[in-house]
Design a protein around this ligand. Structure first.
Ligand code: GLC
Length: 567
């Protein structure tokens, strides 16, 4: 049972990022300014006032750099230019200027683990000889077997299949293999080569000089591969041989996952932090999928990243006890290194939480695999209810909060997208067995029924078609409508800002909870969630925000609802 001690206290004069609400834009799908069906920077700039109304502090953009788009821009061919799909550098400058006017900072996605195979560095590596400095920028190895016909080790690609591809040398003979933890169009860089570090120093400075508030760093836990790149040991689960990851030591975790979370990568982060420190108040947030949270916290020590995405929280289902445990663990573990926790429920890689949180846990596909027409279909109404309750619980917590575009509309996952529209490499590398992440990347509905894409573009075009259900979630139908998810989010962000909850002090409130409810107090605001099944009486105090629109009338909080009360 929780006690009433203060579990987390925000330091005085906390920097902006310790309490910020950062909104993720997936540029392909936010808003289309030129009518070609693909979102772009112009579209974002036009819609920026809507985000200012929502009450966010910053935007993190998924990549918009030049790219052949084999992994929707996470395959960068030129780090210092904008892909023509999204506009050009002038559009970026205009966006930053307009955002600044509205008090919004712009965070750029940095993709350092790999380049596109179209990057000039990789082309040079292919043209050069084995062992050359050009090859040393990447991870090339001779194959195993008599004629080098077998991959150098047994590492699998995250997107399915093998993590190695064999090249044909300049003279036409079968040659070396290169490593790609993701798609074969995404060769991994060699971060043990100082030239790679130098190259990225310039990339960082390029965007910082251009007014970016900082970086979200892609695959931050993957840059350093284990020395010698040993095979992954296939776990022997017979006779209780293989331990679950939760019971492994750090060393065992590093051996079990030789390309994730190796302890060697931290000098790189410190070097980047020093660069950021040359500027005013810029930030870096790590995408580091390493568990447990005590290990993830190593990425946010005082001279490393400012923030790291709390994937432990993201992966926690709508379950009272599990939520209590992960919040405590987050505040304690990040607190130990002096960092704020972050809170996040959705992004462009996972099933949207309005679908995920109401989906049967035993049938939920693995992170990144997506739900397709052949999977059981979700309960949409239950998803709406739980997602609103979960977001309202989350946005009262102290620390940095992330919102993924569309969650403020309550958008569910597109779970019936036909194969012919899919673009995620996972779908192709697994022959459709894993449908992948397109279902959370569908374009946003802005104005219901104005055209086929509900105003995402002026022409109705949309690179991924919206499901029929998106029409009713359109922004204009929710704007100014009491009880809508959009108005709920606006209210939550306003109260959060007005009362300084992001920079608040947290304690559990056992005096307000029972075995079906969870309650905490942040800076004098009680946040109470009911996990059901019965309604509970709402404690006295001013209701600041609630997922249950009629709460004031009823005076009771129903199941899967959350309320904020000023005590
Ligand atoms: C990260 C991105 C994901 C991308 C992968 C490879 O996990 O969030 O979208 O596919 O890295 O860059």
């Amino acid at each position: 049972m929780s006690n009433t001690e203060l579990l987390f206290k925000t330091p005085a004069d906390a920097e902006w990022w310790r309490s910020s609400v950062i909104y993720q834009i997936y540029p392909r799908s936010f808003a289309d300014g030129n009518g070609d069906g693909m979102g772009d920077l112009l579209g974002v700039t036009q819609r920026l006032p809507k985000l200012a109304e929502l009450g966010i502090d910053a935007i993190w953009f998924s990549p918009f750099m030049k790219s052949p788009q084999k992994d929707a821009g996470y395959d960068v061919a030129d780090y210092c230019d904008i892909d023509p799909l999204f506009g050009d550098l002038n559009d970026f400058d205009a966006l930053v200027a307009e955002a600044k006017r509205l008090g919004i900072r712009i965070i750029v996605d940095l993709v350092p683990n790999h380049t596109s195979s179209e990057h000039k560095l990789f082309k040079a590596a292919l043209a050069a000889a084995p062992g050359s400095p050009e090859r040393e920028m990447y991870i090339f190895r001779d194959g195993k077997g008599e004629n080098g016909e077998l991959p150098p080790n047994n590492w699998p690609s995250v997107f399915g299949g093998n993590a190695w591809t064999r090249i044909t040398e300049a003279d036409g003979t079968p040659g070396q293999w290169y490593l790609h933890i993701f798609d074969s169009s995404q060769p991994d860089l060699n971060w043990k080569n100082p030239k790679v570090l130098d190259f990225f120093d310039d990339v960082l400075r390029f965007w910082l000089d251009r007014g970016a508030a900082g970086f979200r760093v892609d695959v931050a836990h993957g840059l350093i591969k284990r020395e010698g790149m040993p095979d992954i040991e296939v776990a022997d689960t017979t006779m209780g041989g293989a331990k679950p990851e939760s019971e492994m030591t750090l060393e065992e975790l590093e051996i079990a996952n030789p390309y994730w979370g190796q302890s060697g990568g931290h000098e790189i982060i410190r070097r980047w932090r020093r660069i950021l420190n040359e500027y005013d108040d810029r930030v870096m947030a790590a995408e580091a999928w390493v568990m447990p949270l005590s290990r993830m916290a190593n990425y946010v020590r005082a001279d490393e990243y400012h923030q790291t995405f709390n994937f432990g929280y993201l992966e926690t289902p709508w379950d009272r006890d599990k939520l209590e445990k992960v919040v405590t663990e987050s505040l304690v573990e990040f607190g130990k290194v002096g960092a704020p926790s972050t809170w996040v429920l959705s992004n462009h890689d996972v099933i949207r939480h309005a679908t995920r949180m109401a989906y049967p846990l035993d049938k939920l596909p693995k992170q990144g695999d997506g739900i397709g027409p052949n999977n059981p279909q979700p309960d949409e109404a239950m998803g709406q209810r739980i997602a609103r309750a979960a977001s309202t619980f989350m946005l009262g917590l102290p620390g940095g909060a992330y919102i993924y575009q569309g969650e403020e509309l309550g958008l569910p996952e597109h779970t019936t997208l036909e194969g012919k529209y899919r673009e995620d490499p996972t779908y192709f590398r697994t022959n459709g067995e894993r449908v992948g992440r397109d279902g959370c990347r569908v374009t946003l509905p802005w104005e219901a029924g104005v055209n086929e894409s509900n105003g995402f573009s002026s022409t109705g075009k949309s690179w991924l078609p919206q499901p029929d259900s998106y029409r009713k979630y359109s922004r204009d139908l929710q704007e100014g409508v009491a009880g809508s998810t959009l108005e709920l989010y606006k209210r939550l962000l306003k109260v959060r800002k007005d009362l300084g909850l992001g920079a608040g002090d947290f304690r559990w409130a056992p005096e307000y909870q029972d075995k079906n409810t969870l309650a905490y107090i942040n800076s004098g605001v009680l946040v109470l969630s009911n996990f059901g099944p019965d309604a509970v009486v709402v404690p006295a105090g001013e209701v600041l925000a609630t997922t249950q629109h009629d709460l004031l009338v009823e005076g009771e909080l129903e199941h899967d609802q959350t309320v904020w009360i000023k005590l």
